[in-house]
Design a protein around this ligand. Structure first.
Ligand code: HEC
Length: 112
């Protein structure tokens, strides 16, 4: 009985778990890119080097960064003393991570 339940669970994970994973891929990979490339300095949307130049909505707007594309450009090319991360982010990685950051900024970096 327990064994059958176990098999059924595996079955469910395979058939119902997978599509959800696929849908979540875009935000997941944005989060992963951020964690790998940006969080070292911008943990939780902050900035450990220049505190005022963080990824919170007020700071972004104050510095004229008011859309995801502006963030993507900074991710690629860098800004001020920050290096660009074009090579590390790969194809479209700049857009994906920028969209994710923009979304987090709207939510004040409060994780669900
Ligand atoms: C080694 C530390 C470091 C890493 C890693 C880093 N940044 Fe930065 N970031 C900075 C610093 C320092 C500044 C301020 C630059 C300046 O104006 O001189 C900054 C500024 C920014 C700004 C402008 C914020 C504002 O309010 O003006 C954005 C957007 C940004 N970074 C995005 C990113 C993204 C996206 C990544 C990952 C791909 C990333 N950063 C990785 C250090 C870093």
């Amino acid at each position: 009985m327990i064994k059958r339940f176990f098999l059924l669970s595996i079955f469910c994970i395979f058939f119902f778990g997978l599509p959800v994973e696929l849908v979540a891929l875009d935000t997941d990979s944005g989060k992963t890119l951020f964690k790998n490339q940006c969080a070292g300095c911008h943990l939780n949307g902050g900035n450990i080097i220049r505190r005022g130049k963080n990824l919170k909505i007020s700071s972004l707007k104050h510095n004229g960064i008011d859309n995801p594309e502006a963030i993507a450009k900074i991710a690629r090319q860098g800004i001020g003393i920050m290096d660009g991360y074009k090579d590390q982010l790969g194809d479209n990685g700049d857009q994906i991570v920028a969209n994710w950051i923009w979304e987090q900024a709207q939510k004040a970096w409060v994780q669900e």
